[in-house]
Write a protein that binds this ligand. Structure first.
Ligand SMILES: *Cc1c(COP(=O)(O)O)cnc(C)c1O
Length: 379
């Protein structure tokens, strides 16, 4: 069986470093925030192109606090994509604001900048593009629209550690960027974790207070805050793993290049846009009869995923009378067809070949079913 992800293989490749880092946290007893988290914040900020990083307890909390620091609240509108993990939308609701959705680009699957302007109203406060699958959204036109309308731009970079837009790292492209260190992300903690990266010291100060009960000094609460602190253990683990991230990203990109080379004739493979350095958090192909293909691949021992089968506007929890089925045709079509292949840096050549053989076989079966000879045999 080829797993979708193999976190154990990664742990074994860096076991000595990780075990020592965790033992050091146990000895220091700095279990929440502390010097490992502070050091990680500095290292991750400098990795992400400068500014400050504020470590929190999840990517969702990072989004929530970025929105609050931006002053976004009740009645405000935030423009984002329907084709994302629900956390993007949930965070906007946590802030009391209203998500306003626009459809995605049919090639990159990220927010279509050509549709953003028509969604702007007097209540719009921010644009929240998602760097989906590890590929940056098309930021220049988004930033240009934001500048013209006086809006903030917050990157959802939860899937895109180290990705680049026109040679610049995500995290330093807009007003703030939110990262997740959920274990399966490209840079994953051994538990939950997240961070906001920003070059704006005022936003950074507010987020530092909000994550820790709104404290300025101990037991002096300046703002109504949250318990969103990063754990010391996660800071220590992330410091170790950040040192390996460039190598892992190169590994992901090499596997993606191999997949694309082998599969481009038999299905729609991901496109790295001309402005992008894609870090392939997800390698999603598109196939007709996706659910049946996914089932067959899983049965053949190739574990696949679907990111995401239901766009946000069709999720029961986030129903909005403004958005019906058919409203976002690109997102809806893509959601019906995408299929994520196993991809982790520790994969070996034989596993990569097995994945491609299995996908090619599914494509062959589909082609045979729809060929004239096959269809004339059906009544
Ligand atoms: C993972 C993810 C989040 C949420 O991060 P958590 O750490 O799981 O809270 C937000 N947005 C996107 C696009 C994600 O993939």
């Amino acid at each position: 069986m080829i797993p979708y992800l193999d976190l154990k293989a990664q742990y074994h490749s860096i076991k000595a470093e990780i075990d020592a880092a965790i033992a050091a946290v146990l000895e220091s007893s700095q279990f929440v925030l502390g010097k490992e988290v502070a050091a990680f914040e500095e290292e991750f900020a400098s990795y992400s192109g400068g500014g400050q990083a504020i470590g929190v307890n999840s990517g969702t909390s990072a989004l929530h606090l970025a929105l609050l620091a931006a002053g976004i609240g009740r009645g405000d509108e935030v423009i984002t994509t329907p084709f994302t993990f629900v956390a993007t939308i949930a965070a906007i609701h946590y802030a009391g604001a209203v998500p306003v959705l626009v459809d995605i680009d049919p090639v990159s699957y990220t927010l279509d900048p050509g549709l953003v302007e028509t969604a702007i109203t007097p209540r719009t406060k921010a644009i929240l593009p998602v760097h989906l699958y590890g590929q940056p959204a098309d930021m220049d036109p988004i930033l240009e629209i934001a500048r013209r309308h006086g809006l903030l731009v917050i990157e959802d970079a939860a899937q895109a550690h180290g990705a680049e837009y026109n040679g610049r790292r995500v995290g330093s492209l807009a007003d703030m960027a939110c990262f997740s260190f959920y274990p399966g992300k490209n840079l994953g903690a051994y538990g939950e974790g997240g961070a906001v990266v920003t070059g704006n010291p005022e936003f950074a100060n507010t987020i530092r207070k909000l994550r820790n009960w709104g404290e300025s000094r101990r037991y002096s609460h300046e703002l109504p805050g949250y318990n969103y602190r990063m754990e010391g253990m996660q800071g220590a683990v992330l410091r170790v793993k950040l040192r390996h991230l460039e190598r892992w990203t190169a590994g992901r990109r090499a596997i993606a290049a191999y997949y694309t080379d082998r599969l481009k004739e038999c299905c729609v493979t991901p496109q790295q846009m001309p402005y992008a350095m894609h870090v392939y958090h997800v390698y999603a192909i598109r196939m007709p009869h996706r659910d049946a293909v996914a089932q067959n691949l899983n049965a053949a021992g190739v574990q696949v995923g679907i990111h995401y089968p239901i766009p946000v506007h069709l999720q029961q929890a986030y129903r909005d009378p403004r958005y019906q089925e058919g409203h976002f045709p690109v997102a809806e079509t893509v959601a019906r067809q995408v299929l994520s292949l196993p991809l982790y840096p520790e994969m070996d050549r034989r596993q990569m070949e097995t994945v491609c053989d299995a996908v090619a076989e599914q494509a062959r079966l589909l082609a045979a079913e729809t060929s004239p000879a096959a269809s004339s045999a059906q009544p």
